[in-house]
Design a protein around this ligand. Structure first.
Ligand SMILES: Cc1cc2nc3c(=O)[nH]c(=O)nc-3n(C[C@H](O)[C@H](O)[C@H](O)COP(=O)(O)OP(=O)(O)OC[C@H]3O[C@@H](n4cnc5c(N)ncnc54)[C@H](O)[C@@H]3O)c2cc1C
Length: 467
């Protein structure tokens, strides 16, 4: 019988498959997508957040455990399990040599990727190259890989994994790792979770999905229905404000609009609704999807002037350009009078300071609601630009409750041979908010743990030690 069955084909699944195989287990990996689309959301990534106490190859300065933990605590507002979070943080300081052994290469932070040279190690060639390297390594080590193999359900006996079903095919294994992502591509489930707002709108109908169309949450639902313990809230997700012209799926990184902190953001009523300069962009970009989701029509517009150009990663589609602010309002289809009131009030409220986008500077507004607390400069230098924004869901946080061994739990009891990694359990560490790069830190840490534990549950490590 097969030792370890890994369900999913992204970073967490591949880390699990490689670790289980390295421990001597026979491993099969089932990926729902065709080969060309393999790698789930992981193929769209660029970096992982890493703890380090001193400079390391591509990482400058230090990013100690405590600072990483405080960053996580701040963004989650306490919706995190400290023991599991610290486990991820510590693992992030030691996993990279293993990744390099499996073909992943790193490069320094890209120019234009704000404030990340210290905290985030970038993958050379992005997530696509990482995923390809892991698949190559898995094939070389003898992991059996099957594409277009979506698992619809699994067979359990008293919390113990017995078999998985791909259509009518029943695949038995001694242990199993679930790493099939969140439910962000299941539009019906998103609609149900977000419900109807006070304006009678179904907000989720206007969401775009930044990543793979294959993360439909079929197994997550199945496990929850089968009594697995849950973690997180179905409406919580990593949601970015992305270009409203992005495709429904797989728009990826290039549809992100990164100029929010350099200007102002207005809604359909041409009103500002949140502090655009609250914190560094990598710590804030993931709240903006949710903020836009709460606006009428789930749409907003990021407005900048010529001073901002060159200070942010240019988006793939050009912005709407105008030589005057009233002209920009007209071009964007916003109420001109209201737009000018908003912009004039903002411009008048900007206090003189020393503008520095690399620190939390002292350019702030006075007596304005909502305030802009950093990088507030008048929008007064033509040409002016506007980017239409929509909520872009990256991944959902509802998942399966787990422990430091990555075990799936049923009524508080850990399964002896069913493990979980990646987005499917990220909510244990990340109940809310986001800080850039932590998704891959969680998936790598728990993928590796889940693979090791699954091999052990299949009796492999002991056999190896005895040999
Ligand atoms: C555009 C974008 C950019 C991102 N950038 C970053 C970044 O730079 N750094 C970072 O840390 N995080 C980033 N993330 C988040 C990151 O992608 C996730 O945290 C991480 O990839 C999760 O890995 P995973 O293996 O759990 O999920 P995925 O990589 O999504 O893998 C899930 C896999 O399961 C498969 N699957 C789904 N259902 C089934 C089924 N029923 N049967 C079999 N297979 C199934 C899917 O096809 C897919 O291969 C980004 C996400 C997106 C969308």
């Amino acid at each position: 019988m097969l030792d370890v069955l890994v369900i999913g084909g992204g970073n967490a699944a591949l880390c699990a498959a490689l670790m289980a195989r390295e421990a001597g287990a026979s491993v099969m990996l089932l990926e729902a997508s065709p080969r060309d689309w393999r790698g789930g959301n992981s193929q769209h990534t660029r970096n992982l957040r890493c703890m380090h106490d001193a400079p390391q190859d591509v990482l400058v300065d230090a990013y100690p455990e405590e600072e990483f933990w405080q960053d996580l605590l701040k963004v989650t507002g306490g919706a995190t399990d400290e023991a599991l979070a610290r486990l991820v943080i510590r693992a992030s300081s030691t996993c990279r040599p293993w990744m390099v052994r499996h073909g992943v290469r790193f490069q320094p932070s890209l120019s234009g990727a704000l404030h990340t040279a210290r905290t985030n190690a970038f993958f050379m060639g992005g997530g696509k190259a990482l995923v390809n390297a892991y698949y190559r390594s898995a094939e070389r080590l003898g992991v059996a890989i099957r594409y277009q193999a979506p698992v619809e359900r699994i067979e359990l006996q008293d919390g113990r994994f017995v078999a998985a079903f791909v259509g009518d095919e029943r695949i038995e294994a001694r242990a199993c790792v679930l790493a099939s992502g969140g439910f962000e591509s299941n539009r019906e489930w998103l609609r149900e979770a977000w419900g109807v707002n006070e304006r009678g709108e179904h907000p989720a109908d206007n969401f775009l999905i930044r990543g793979t169309r294959f993360n439909t949450g079929v197994l997550l639902k199945h496990l929850l229905d089968a009594g697995a313990d849950r973690i997180g809230d179905p409406t919580q997700a990593h949601m970015v404000a992305i270009d409203a012209r992005a495709p429904l799926y797989d728009g990826g990184i290039c549809t992100r609009i990164d100029c929010v902190s350099l200007g102002v953001v207005v809604n359909r009523d041409a009103e500002r609704f949140y502090d655009e300069g609250e914190d560094f962009w990598p710590k804030r970009y993931a709240i903006w999807g949710r903020l836009v989701a709460q606006q009428p029509g789930q749409q907003a517009w990021s407005i900048i002037d010529a001073k901002a150009v060159g200070r942010f990663m240019p988006p793939v589609f050009p912005g709407t350009q105008a030589d005057t602010l009233p002209g920009l309002a007209r071009a964007l289809g916003l109420d001109e009078t209201r737009f000018m009131q908003t912009l004039q009030a903002y411009n008048a409220a900007c206090r003189e300071g020393r503008f520095d986008h690399t620190v939390l500077d002292d350019c702030t507004t006075a007596a304005l609601v909502p305030a802009k607390t950093h990088w507030a400069r008048p929008i007064d230098t033509p040409p002016f630009y506007g980017y239409a924004l929509r909520p872009g869901v990256t991944f959902t946080y509802l998942g399966l409750k787990t422990n430091e061994r990555a075990a799936v739990h049923f009524d508080g009891r850990p399964s002896p041979n069913l493990f979980v990694a990646g987005e499917m359990m990220a909510g244990n560490v990340l109940g809310r908010g986001y800080t850039a790069g932590v998704g891959m830190s969680i998936g790598t840490a728990f993928g590796r743990i889940a693979g090791t534990e699954a091999a052990r549950a299949a009796g492999k490590e002991e056999q190896r030690a005895a040999a």
